[in-house]
Design a binder for this molecule. Structure first.
Ligand code: NZQ
Ligand code: ZN
Length: 395
């Protein structure tokens, strides 16, 4: 195990009706900038719950933070917050609203352009304090410092580190209004987050391995039920806890991490607008097929055994079976796993490889995922195939 230091200060407030406790968490007299997405919270009652809880506060609303939030939209929100004199930011929504809120709260007191903050990779502060009301389990943004922001003008998407939310309110009932496609993308994103931290090489930490495997097994069990069955409170609780645990730092103590699937996925989203979780379902199986011969072999065998129960056959067969099960899992929750199934072709691969060559990227736990490996991975992810399990259409 490597040395590590760890601190996660986010207070989680979890369960039914937890939004009603909001005012206990925000200082009396605070001027609150409320950030929202495209309007789902108006239709499912979350907006009403939030505004009821904040009746005593001076609030200013900003609407229209899009999925894969753009720096251009954040600039508008920053101007609104400055004019209001906001000294508290409350994000009400999914990862996109929360990520935008991280940039906005890092910019309100700064004279730097928000895109410069993103490109520097780390926001230094001072920050306006941030709280969240989470409406979709997926990113873990409610309990981490990460934020991913796009620039519409250049079709770029980059991550930076901002501040942790002071608190996050998680009421599983607010997820009942989520479309099946968003649920599926949330399951895929959480699954991918765990794999990014787990699927490197074994022998680093038994605890981190088993923790990650427990979360993967949980998603394997509940993922299809969450997507296809009517909402069930206990299942949604487990889903939300798993999604938060998947990316709040707890499963990464002292172990190396990969993240190359995310780096490639971000380019696909920036260029083609494919939903984040879906992009990962396309890239991950192909990445594993390429990287099994570049350092991931032993961990893939452990994963085959402990997560998919594959013990028969030679090593090569067990590894391919585990990757096929992974791809089959994504397909079983309604997500296609090939670029061609999403009308993405060679031109996009070329552009991503070109960008990665220019940036001289070296992603992954050993820095082995460069532009040439990305080319190989995306070509493996390209073709449709009749031998893959069928994908049941989501609504
Ligand atoms: O905008 P509204 O109308 O609210 O609709 C949203 C949006 O269309 C809808 N939605 C959210 N909660 C709902 C709901 N619809 C009905 N009922 C509800 N309860 O769902 C759609 C997707 O929302 P979004 O916030 O975009 O989804 P998600 O949470 O998956 O966030 C995706 C963004 O997070 C980034 C991604 O790259 C992407 O930009 N990520 C952030 C990470 C982080 N901060 O740590 C890590 C991740 O790997 C990821 O990169
Ligand atoms: Zn993700």
């Amino acid at each position: 195990m490597q040395n590590f230091s760890f601190k996660n200060p986010t207070k989680l407030i979890f369960g039914k009706d937890s939004i009603s406790t909001l005012s206990k968490e925000i200082p009396t007299g605070a001027k609150v900038l409320l950030l929202f997405g495209g309007g789902s919270v108006k239709r499912n009652g979350v907006y009403e719950q939030v505004t009821n809880a904040l009746k005593e506060y001076d609030t200013k609303e900003f609407w229209g933070i899009e999925s894969n939030p753009k720096v251009e939209t954040c600039r508008d929100a920053i101007a609104v917050g400055r004019a209001h004199g906001s000294d508290f930011v409350l994000a009400v929504g999914g990862g996109s609203v929360i990520d935008a809120a991280k940039l906005i709260s890092a910019s309100l007191l700064s004279d730097k352009d928000p895109w410069d903050i993103v490109r520097r990779g780390v926001a230094k502060g001072p920050f306006v304090p941030l709280g969240t009301v989470l409406t979709i389990p997926a990113t873990g943004s409610e309990m981490n410092r990460g934020s991913v922001i796009s620039k519409g003008e250049t079709k770029e998407k980059f991550a930076f580190y901002g501040q942790f939310p002071i608190f996050s309110i998680i009421d599983p009932e607010v997820t009942y209004s989520l479309p099946k496609y968003q649920l599926a993308c949330g399951v895929a994103d959480s699954f991918a987050h765990i794999l990014e931290q787990y699927m490197t090489y074994p022998g680093q930490s038994r605890v981190m391995d088993r923790w990650a495997e427990g979360l993967l097994l949980t998603l394997q069990e509940i993922g299809p039920k969450v997507v296809w069955e009517a909402p069930d409170y206990d299942l949604r609780c487990d889903f939300m806890v798993t999604a938060t645990m998947a990316l709040n730092g707890f499963i990464a103590w002292g172990v190396v991490e990969d993240w190359s699937t995310h780096m490639i996925g971000h380019e696909l989203t920036a260029l083609c607008n494919i939903t984040h979780g879906h992009s990962l379902a396309v890239v991950f199986p192909a990445l594993l097929r390429v990287m099994k011969n570049h350092g991931k072999r032993e961990k893939l065998l452990q994963y085959a055994d402990r997560v998919w129960g594959i013990t028969a056959g030679n090593e090569e067969k067990r590894i391919e079976a585990a990757i096929a099960m992974t791809e089959g899992f994504f397909r079983s929750i309604g997500l296609s796993t090939r670029l061609e199934e999403n009308a993405i072709g060679e031109d996009i691969i070329e552009e991503i490889v070109h960008r990665f060559r220019e940036r001289k990227v070296q992603f992954g736990e050993k820095g082995l995922v460069d532009a040439e490996k990305t080319n190989e991975i995306l070509h493996l992810a390209l073709p449709k195939s009749d031998t893959l399990p069928a994908v049941r259409p989501l609504e």
